[in-house]
Ligand binder design. Structure first.
Ligand SMILES: *[C@@H]1O[C@H](CO)[C@@H](O)[C@H](O)[C@H]1NC(C)=O
Ligand SMILES: *[C@@H]1O[C@H](CO)[C@@H](O)[C@H](O)[C@H]1NC(C)=O
Ligand SMILES: *[C@@H]1O[C@H](CO)[C@@H](O)[C@H](O)[C@H]1NC(C)=O
Ligand SMILES: *[C@@H]1O[C@H](CO)[C@@H](O)[C@H](O)[C@H]1NC(C)=O
Ligand SMILES: *[C@@H]1O[C@H](CO)[C@@H](O)[C@H](O)[C@H]1NC(C)=O
Ligand SMILES: *[C@@H]1O[C@H](CO)[C@@H](O)[C@H](O)[C@H]1NC(C)=O
Length: 460
């Protein structure tokens, strides 16, 4: 008898423990109205090319052209509505995991309880968001990887491997946000980019080149530059390939925003806008540059354009110069942004180089107003990627029948050109509108004057 009691008590105890474990490990209930949307996107839906679109969930993402997108990446908030909607559209959902906390811990081993609790949070987040793709932002770790400390690098390596184990099956992708060129460590002149890269290549499946990382340029002189100078883009990809990370693992981040730089001095002849140095190093101080979304460019009135758009041939990007009144007098600002031609060159480059894809950085940068021309512009921005980059079907601006003349489109190339021109016109009109300071006219009213703008947009 006593032994039976013992057994019952023992069994109850075991059951209690199992129940406790299950409760502790319980997954959050599905947040979607349709429970099926909590399922991962099946792997056999794997695409040849990726078009990531980043969002912080603040815009009307449901209005996007979802055919264009392969994965929607939630930047920060990990908004489950975005997940439900992505899955309902049969598109992957990705989350970005910031590593700022981790970069601050000296000891990344499991001996540090702060690290173990961070890892546990990570595991739960990766699980409960039902993310198909987990993207680590490695940028905060770059300074540590740059230092030539082998022990530290071994710790980072083990740490990343642990993260990867947490998100395995049924998903299989852990992507990493990295700088425009491979991290190089060692101050003794030795090139260590290969060993850092091969370390990262074990855990990171694909590498997203951060568009904001091009600002970290040491020793190239302090002046305002395009967000992605095309010269550096080519150099960076070449260096990744040399370090053993091939093109089909690279995803190019493409900004849909620009930056306005306050100039320390501005030369109107050379159009060079000099910036301050950080402390007294050779690093430029870009902390006070201001982000300008396409929304601002299209609808904002705060940008007073002094000169017409200036096209920089070395960077393959446009800029505007304007003056701002400050307490210490007027200062020059140089605004580098993306127009139809600079975007076209980047999309084309991703395609020509056979990169894995692009990441639109970010979808929220588009204008939100309900005005017709904004709506048409947005439609154009989305459909363009689909046709040009993913190369599905014929290249034709969609949803623009009334601006679209059959006799203008004699072939694929011309169709593409026309799609581009619509965007070019929008940008050109902003310039003209602001310079002439005349009454607002609907930009597409200029469509019949396409010939007039042809040279503006395409004469490099
Ligand atoms: C963790 O702590 C144990 C004992 O305190 C020690 O032997 C081990 O080397 C530590 N591991 C790391 C990676 O620091
Ligand atoms: C862990 O975090 C606490 C609070 O943020 C901090 O005081 C402590 O020093 C950290 N421990 C380690 C080992 O980093
Ligand atoms: C601008 O640059 C040109 C060419 O380098 C130089 O000749 C000119 O003096 C500069 N102007 C100013 C105002 O610094
Ligand atoms: C660099 O700046 C620091 C203070 O910010 C100053 O003490 C130092 O003298 C400067 N060095 C040079 C070479 O100008
Ligand atoms: C800047 O100030 C000057 C006079 O101080 C004024 O004429 C000009 O309109 C101002 N510009 C802007 C953009 O506010
Ligand atoms: C989301 O991004 C947009 C565009 O960059 C920005 O204006 C907005 O403040 C952001 N919202 C949040 C909640 O971060």
């Amino acid at each position: 008898m006593p032994s039976t009691y013992k057994k019952i008590i023992y069994d109850t105890f075991i059951i209690l423990i199992i129940t406790a474990l299950c409760v502790a490990n319980k997954r959050l209930p599905c947040a979607c109205r349709d429970v099926a949307n909590c399922n991962y996107i099946p792997k056999n839906d794997e695409v040849r090319k990726e078009v990531f679109v980043l969002t912080n969930g603040s815009s009307n993402y449901k209005d996007w052209d979802w055919n264009t997108v392969t994965t929607v990446v939630d930047e920060d908030k990990h908004n489950l509505d975005v997940m439900c909607y992505s899955h309902s559209q049969h598109k992957k959902y990705g989350i970005i995991v910031k590593l700022d906390d981790i970069a601050a811990f000296d000891d990344l081993s499991s001996n540090n309880t702060n690290v173990t609790s961070w890892l546990e949070d990570f595991r739960i987040k990766a699980r409960d968001t039902r993310a198909d793709v987990v993207i680590l932002n490695l940028m905060p770790l770059v300074p540590r990887l740059t230092k030539n400390e082998k022990d530290d690098r071994v710790q980072i390596d083990l740490f990343l491997a642990k993260l990867k184990r947490f998100i395995l099956a049924p998903r299989d992708k852990m992507d990493c946000i990295v700088p425009w060129k491979p991290v190089r460590s060692g101050n003794d002149g030795s090139d260590d980019s290969e060993s850092v890269s091969s370390m990262l290549a074990k855990s990171c499946d694909r590498f997203l080149l951060s568009p904001d990382s091009y600002a970290y340029i040491e020793g190239y002189g302090c002046k305002a530059r395009a967000t992605i100078p095309i010269t550096k883009l080519v150099l960076g990809i070449d260096e990744y390939v040399t370090a053993g990370i091939t093109e089909e693992r690279l995803i190019m981040g493409i900004p849909w925003h620009g930056y306005s730089y306050p100039c320390k001095s501005f030369n109107e002849t050379t159009m060079v806008c000099k910036l301050n140095n950080k402390d007294n190093t050779s690093t430029c101080d870009v902390a006070n540059r201001e982000k300008v979304s396409i929304d601002n460019l299209l609808t904002g009135n705060d940008i007073h354009v002094l000169s017409a758009e200036h096209w920089n041939n070395a960077y393959k990007a446009p800029c505007h110069v304007f003056k701002k009144n400050t307490s210490s007098g007027p200062t020059y600002h140089q605004l580098w942004y993306e127009d139809v031609e600079s975007l076209r060159i980047k999309y084309q480059f991703a395609k020509d180089m056979n990169l894995k894809g692009i990441a639109i950085w970010t979808g929220d940068d588009l204008a939100k107003s309900k005005v017709d021309f904004v709506h048409d512009f947005n439609t154009e921005m989305w459909s363009w990627i689909l046709h040009d980059l993913l190369g599905k079907g014929e290249i034709r601006p969609r949803g623009h029948a009334k601006y679209y003349y059959a006799n203008t489109v004699t072939g694929v190339a011309l169709g593409c050109l026309f799609g581009g021109m619509l965007l070019g016109i929008v940008f050109t009109c902003i310039g003209f509108r602001q310079i002439r300071n005349k009454k607002k006219t609907p930009p597409f009213a200029k469509d019949l004057e396409v010939e007039d703008y042809h040279d503006d947009s395409f004469n490099l």
